[in-house]
Design a protein around this ligand. Sequence first.
Ligand SMILES: [Zn+2]
Length: 78
Amino acid sequence: MIIEKMLEGICPKCGNHHVGWALQLERYQACAKCGTGLDIYEGGKLVAKGYSPFTAEKYIIGNPPTVPSKEESPDAKP
Ligand SMILES: [Zn+2]
């Protein structure tokens, strides 16, 4: 079996090196060490920027800053 072009993934942050066809898959395109999206190389050429959950757009669901707590003062009526 001859592999013509091996995919390589190099972490731009910590330099961690990943090799393998699994780099085609988004879930394997993040650095195992620091979670940064890898630079994907094919045959020595940069072909893609890896996907990383850390660089992906984040949707932050805003919580109301203060939630007034309803405290019912117990009316102790004899
Ligand atoms: Zn890294």
